[in-house]
Design a protein around this ligand. Structure first.
Ligand code: URA
Length: 208
Protein backbone atom coordinates (compact mmCIF):
# COMPACT_ATOMS: atom_id res chain seq x y z
CA UNK A 1 0.00 0.00 0.00
CA UNK A 2 1.29 3.42 -0.92
CA UNK A 3 1.32 6.08 1.78
CA UNK A 4 -0.61 9.03 0.45
CA UNK A 5 -0.52 11.29 3.46
CA UNK A 6 -3.23 12.07 5.96
CA UNK A 7 -6.72 11.81 4.58
CA UNK A 8 -8.54 15.12 4.71
CA UNK A 9 -12.08 14.70 5.96
CA UNK A 10 -13.26 18.20 5.14
CA UNK A 11 -16.74 18.13 3.62
CA UNK A 12 -17.05 19.21 -0.02
CA UNK A 13 -19.42 22.02 1.00
CA UNK A 14 -16.88 23.33 3.49
CA UNK A 15 -14.12 23.25 0.86
CA UNK A 16 -16.43 25.04 -1.57
CA UNK A 17 -17.13 27.79 0.94
CA UNK A 18 -13.42 28.26 1.72
CA UNK A 19 -12.53 28.35 -1.97
CA UNK A 20 -15.28 30.98 -2.60
CA UNK A 21 -13.78 33.06 0.19
CA UNK A 22 -10.32 32.92 -1.45
CA UNK A 23 -11.89 33.80 -4.82
CA UNK A 24 -13.45 36.91 -3.33
CA UNK A 25 -10.13 37.93 -1.81
CA UNK A 26 -8.40 37.40 -5.15
CA UNK A 27 -10.99 39.49 -7.01
CA UNK A 28 -10.43 42.38 -4.55
CA UNK A 29 -6.65 41.89 -4.30
CA UNK A 30 -4.29 44.85 -4.76
CA UNK A 31 -1.12 43.15 -3.48
CA UNK A 32 0.84 43.71 -6.69
CA UNK A 33 0.81 45.93 -9.78
CA UNK A 34 -1.04 43.36 -11.90
CA UNK A 35 -4.39 44.33 -10.39
CA UNK A 36 -4.26 47.70 -12.20
CA UNK A 37 -4.50 46.10 -15.65
CA UNK A 38 -6.97 43.31 -15.00
CA UNK A 39 -10.47 42.99 -16.41
CA UNK A 40 -11.10 39.95 -14.23
CA UNK A 41 -8.91 38.11 -11.79
CA UNK A 42 -8.72 34.38 -12.51
CA UNK A 43 -8.77 32.45 -9.23
CA UNK A 44 -9.11 28.98 -10.79
CA UNK A 45 -11.89 26.42 -11.02
CA UNK A 46 -12.72 22.77 -10.64
CA UNK A 47 -13.70 20.12 -8.14
CA UNK A 48 -13.19 21.32 -4.57
CA UNK A 49 -11.99 17.80 -3.70
CA UNK A 50 -10.07 17.08 -6.92
CA UNK A 51 -7.52 14.29 -6.86
CA UNK A 52 -5.44 16.22 -9.41
CA UNK A 53 -4.61 19.92 -9.51
CA UNK A 54 -3.09 21.58 -12.59
CA UNK A 55 -1.08 24.74 -12.04
CA UNK A 56 -0.23 27.01 -14.97
CA UNK A 57 1.58 30.30 -15.17
CA UNK A 58 -0.77 33.27 -15.48
CA UNK A 59 -4.03 34.23 -17.20
CA UNK A 60 -3.79 35.38 -20.81
CA UNK A 61 -6.07 37.62 -22.87
CA UNK A 62 -9.18 35.38 -22.92
CA UNK A 63 -8.77 34.26 -19.32
CA UNK A 64 -8.65 37.92 -18.24
CA UNK A 65 -11.81 38.64 -20.27
CA UNK A 66 -13.73 35.67 -18.85
CA UNK A 67 -12.26 35.26 -15.36
CA UNK A 68 -11.64 31.55 -16.04
CA UNK A 69 -8.35 29.65 -16.42
CA UNK A 70 -7.19 28.08 -19.68
CA UNK A 71 -10.02 29.15 -21.98
CA UNK A 72 -7.89 30.45 -24.88
CA UNK A 73 -5.80 28.53 -27.40
CA UNK A 74 -3.56 26.94 -24.73
CA UNK A 75 -6.72 25.94 -22.87
CA UNK A 76 -8.16 24.22 -25.93
CA UNK A 77 -4.91 22.31 -26.30
CA UNK A 78 -4.98 21.45 -22.59
CA UNK A 79 -8.54 20.13 -23.02
CA UNK A 80 -7.43 17.86 -25.86
CA UNK A 81 -4.47 16.59 -23.81
CA UNK A 82 -6.78 15.90 -20.86
CA UNK A 83 -9.10 13.99 -23.14
CA UNK A 84 -6.23 11.87 -24.47
CA UNK A 85 -5.13 11.07 -20.93
CA UNK A 86 -8.64 9.92 -19.98
CA UNK A 87 -9.05 12.71 -17.42
CA UNK A 88 -12.11 14.95 -17.47
CA UNK A 89 -11.67 18.68 -17.02
CA UNK A 90 -14.64 18.78 -14.63
CA UNK A 91 -12.91 16.26 -12.34
CA UNK A 92 -9.70 18.25 -11.82
CA UNK A 93 -8.87 21.65 -10.35
CA UNK A 94 -7.10 24.17 -12.59
CA UNK A 95 -5.38 27.32 -11.43
CA UNK A 96 -2.28 29.46 -11.99
CA UNK A 97 0.73 30.75 -10.10
CA UNK A 98 -0.48 34.34 -10.54
CA UNK A 99 -4.14 35.17 -10.76
CA UNK A 100 -4.06 38.37 -12.84
CA UNK A 101 -2.85 38.78 -16.41
CA UNK A 102 0.63 40.28 -16.83
CA UNK A 103 0.71 43.05 -19.48
CA UNK A 104 1.17 41.66 -23.00
CA UNK A 105 1.44 38.18 -21.49
CA UNK A 106 4.95 38.85 -20.22
CA UNK A 107 6.45 36.48 -17.65
CA UNK A 108 5.27 37.07 -14.09
CA UNK A 109 7.91 38.87 -12.01
CA UNK A 110 9.35 37.44 -8.78
CA UNK A 111 7.58 39.99 -6.55
CA UNK A 112 4.25 39.29 -8.30
CA UNK A 113 4.71 35.56 -7.72
CA UNK A 114 5.61 36.19 -4.07
CA UNK A 115 2.54 38.37 -3.57
CA UNK A 116 0.16 35.90 -5.21
CA UNK A 117 1.44 32.49 -4.17
CA UNK A 118 -0.18 32.51 -0.69
CA UNK A 119 -3.52 32.20 -2.53
CA UNK A 120 -2.24 29.14 -4.36
CA UNK A 121 -0.89 27.62 -1.16
CA UNK A 122 -4.31 28.01 0.49
CA UNK A 123 -6.08 26.52 -2.53
CA UNK A 124 -3.77 23.50 -2.35
CA UNK A 125 -4.40 23.09 1.36
CA UNK A 126 -8.19 23.16 0.88
CA UNK A 127 -8.48 21.00 -2.25
CA UNK A 128 -5.76 18.72 -0.85
CA UNK A 129 -4.94 17.07 -4.21
CA UNK A 130 -2.86 13.92 -4.13
CA UNK A 131 -1.27 14.85 -7.46
CA UNK A 132 -0.09 18.27 -8.59
CA UNK A 133 0.70 18.77 -12.27
CA UNK A 134 2.93 21.79 -12.87
CA UNK A 135 2.50 23.28 -16.35
CA UNK A 136 5.64 25.15 -17.35
CA UNK A 137 8.68 26.37 -15.46
CA UNK A 138 7.03 28.99 -13.23
CA UNK A 139 4.78 26.42 -11.60
CA UNK A 140 7.66 23.92 -11.41
CA UNK A 141 9.94 26.46 -9.72
CA UNK A 142 7.36 27.27 -7.06
CA UNK A 143 7.90 23.75 -5.70
CA UNK A 144 11.34 22.85 -7.08
CA UNK A 145 13.37 26.05 -7.42
CA UNK A 146 15.97 25.83 -10.15
CA UNK A 147 14.78 22.49 -11.58
CA UNK A 148 15.23 22.12 -15.33
CA UNK A 149 11.90 21.40 -16.99
CA UNK A 150 13.47 19.68 -19.97
CA UNK A 151 15.22 17.27 -17.57
CA UNK A 152 12.37 16.51 -15.16
CA UNK A 153 9.18 16.67 -17.26
CA UNK A 154 7.18 13.47 -17.18
CA UNK A 155 8.94 12.22 -14.03
CA UNK A 156 6.62 12.18 -11.03
CA UNK A 157 8.20 12.75 -7.65
CA UNK A 158 6.98 12.96 -4.08
CA UNK A 159 7.26 16.13 -2.08
CA UNK A 160 5.77 15.62 1.36
CA UNK A 161 2.37 14.01 0.97
CA UNK A 162 1.84 14.93 -2.67
CA UNK A 163 3.02 13.52 -5.96
CA UNK A 164 4.28 16.19 -8.34
CA UNK A 165 4.13 15.66 -12.08
CA UNK A 166 6.07 18.32 -14.04
CA UNK A 167 4.99 19.01 -17.62
CA UNK A 168 5.82 21.48 -20.32
CA UNK A 169 3.29 24.28 -20.61
CA UNK A 170 0.61 23.53 -23.25
CA UNK A 171 1.45 26.88 -24.92
CA UNK A 172 4.97 25.52 -25.55
CA UNK A 173 3.46 22.68 -27.58
CA UNK A 174 1.11 25.03 -29.34
CA UNK A 175 3.77 27.47 -30.51
CA UNK A 176 6.62 24.97 -30.90
CA UNK A 177 5.21 21.73 -32.30
CA UNK A 178 8.49 19.91 -31.51
CA UNK A 179 7.30 19.78 -27.86
CA UNK A 180 3.97 18.13 -28.69
CA UNK A 181 5.14 14.50 -28.61
CA UNK A 182 6.65 15.03 -25.12
CA UNK A 183 3.48 16.70 -23.86
CA UNK A 184 1.28 13.97 -25.28
CA UNK A 185 3.45 11.21 -23.84
CA UNK A 186 3.53 12.93 -20.42
CA UNK A 187 -0.26 13.23 -20.37
CA UNK A 188 -0.58 9.56 -21.34
CA UNK A 189 1.71 8.68 -18.41
CA UNK A 190 -0.30 10.94 -16.12
CA UNK A 191 -3.51 9.13 -17.08
CA UNK A 192 -1.91 5.78 -16.29
CA UNK A 193 -0.58 7.06 -12.98
CA UNK A 194 -3.98 8.37 -11.91
CA UNK A 195 -5.67 5.11 -12.87
CA UNK A 196 -3.10 3.14 -10.89
CA UNK A 197 -3.45 5.42 -7.84
CA UNK A 198 -7.21 5.12 -7.80
CA UNK A 199 -7.27 1.35 -8.20
CA UNK A 200 -4.47 0.38 -5.82
CA UNK A 201 -5.46 -1.50 -2.72
CA UNK A 202 -5.76 0.84 0.22
CA UNK A 203 -5.82 3.94 -1.90
CA UNK A 204 -9.23 5.54 -2.02
CA UNK A 205 -10.55 8.83 -3.27
CA UNK A 206 -11.92 11.06 -0.55
CA UNK A 207 -15.59 10.66 -1.43
CA UNK A 208 -15.39 6.86 -1.12
N1 URA B 1 -1.70 30.04 -19.68
C1 URA B 1 -1.64 29.84 -18.34
O1 URA B 1 -0.59 29.57 -17.79
N2 URA B 1 -2.76 29.93 -17.66
C2 URA B 1 -3.94 30.20 -18.20
O2 URA B 1 -4.93 30.26 -17.47
C3 URA B 1 -3.98 30.38 -19.60
C4 URA B 1 -2.86 30.30 -20.32
Amino acid sequence: MIFLGPVCFMEVSQREALLRQIEEEIRRCTRCRLHTGRTHAVPGEGRPDALVMFIGEAPGYYEDKQGRPFVGAAGRYLNSLLQKSGLRREDVFITNIVKCRPPNNRDPLPDEIRACSPFLDRQIEIVNPRVIVTLGRFALHHFFPGASISRVHGQPRWLGERLFFPMFHPAAGLYQPKWQPALEEDFRKLGELIRSLTTQEGVTTEEE
